[in-house]
Design a protein around this ligand. Structure first.
Ligand SMILES: [Zn+2]
Length: 283
């Protein structure tokens, strides 16, 4: 299984010289199975970058098939959808997996985003590809090609946010890009879900003492991710969903501080890296 980071930012894209190393596009992670099955995890602005690259493959001739899993319906997870060129090309197949994140279906949410107020596309019906919406709502795994996909609801302040486990022939990844624990160490159901992952791709926000100091909902220190990874026995933690305040130099400092924090917690063999746009992992 190949994992490629196309967008690693949460909240809002961050162009500019202070963000060149880790990248400035919002969330999108590409997964490719050994059988050629392609899954896009989230449709932030990074998806549009991937889309332009896919045009040189079968997607450019309208013969491509991609599966898109939306974990959360906020802008940083969906804003690249209408700028993903393969979805405009007749003949391509796009299966969109997600849940009802509010009282609306995912299809209704995306349709609302396409109205003339927000988009020149006006409606999803103007997209040329064959788009099928498929609801994912339980811990019961589904097969997407040879990849086994399971979801879980993650703690989140507003609306639903999903965690996704993908099991391939050579390994397992868990993607938990947008999560806000009240107290991470008590979330045993989530820790159980994370167990067995070869790589945990996890939100870098936390709730801790900074919460009170800065009167904010979260801090961007990543400690909750370390605690969850450590308690689940994970060996590789890849952080993602960076706040716009976190420039390259801040992220380098965060990585260093988290490695020290992991040692303090007794997680000596936890390898911590920061997801970087344009880079890949192989399992
Ligand atoms: Zn987000």
């Amino acid at each position: 299984m190949r994992i490629k980071y196309w967008g690693v930012r949460g909240f809002v894209p961050t162009p500019g010289p202070d963000y060149l190393h880790y990248g400035g596009n919002t969330l999108s992670v590409g997964i490719e199975g050994e059988d050629g099955t392609i899954i896009a995890l989230d449709a932030g602005t990074g998806l549009s970058v991937w889309g332009r690259e896919l045009l040189s493959s079968s997607f450019g001739q309208g013969k491509g098939k991609i599966n898109l899993i939306i974990t959360h319906s906020h802008y940083d997870h969906i804003q690249g959808f209408s700028f993903f060129i393969p979805v405009l090309i007749p003949g391509n197949k796009v299966d969109v997996f997600g849940s009802n994140f509010s009282e609306q279906t995912l299809e209704d949410v995306l349709e609302t985003q396409m109205t003339p107020i927000f988009s020149p596309m006006q409606t999803l019906k103007n997209f040329g590809s064959n788009i099928n919406f498929k609801r994912l709502d339980s811990l019961e795994p589904i097969m997407v090609g040879e990849l086994k996909v399971t979801i879980i609801d993650l703690p989140h302040k507003v609306n639903r946010s999903l965690g996704v486990k993908i099991q391939g022939v050579n390994g397992t990844i868990v993607y938990a890009p947008d999560v806000l624990y009240k107290k991470a160490s008590t979330c045993s159901k989530i820790i159980d879900f994370f167990k067995g992952a070869d790589v945990l791709i996890h939100d870098s926000t936390s709730t801790d003492h900074y919460h009170q100091i800065f009167s904010s909902d979260f801090s961007d220190d990543g400690r909750d991710a370390v605690i969850m990874a450590g308690m689940a026995g994970i060996k590789r933690l890849s952080l993602i969903h960076y706040h716009q305040n976190q420039k390259d130099k801040d992220l380098n400092e965060m990585a260093q501080s988290l490695r020290e924090f992991a040692l303090e917690q007794g997680y000596d063999d936890l390898d911590i890296t920061l997801a970087q746009e344009g880079t890949s992992l192989l399992l």
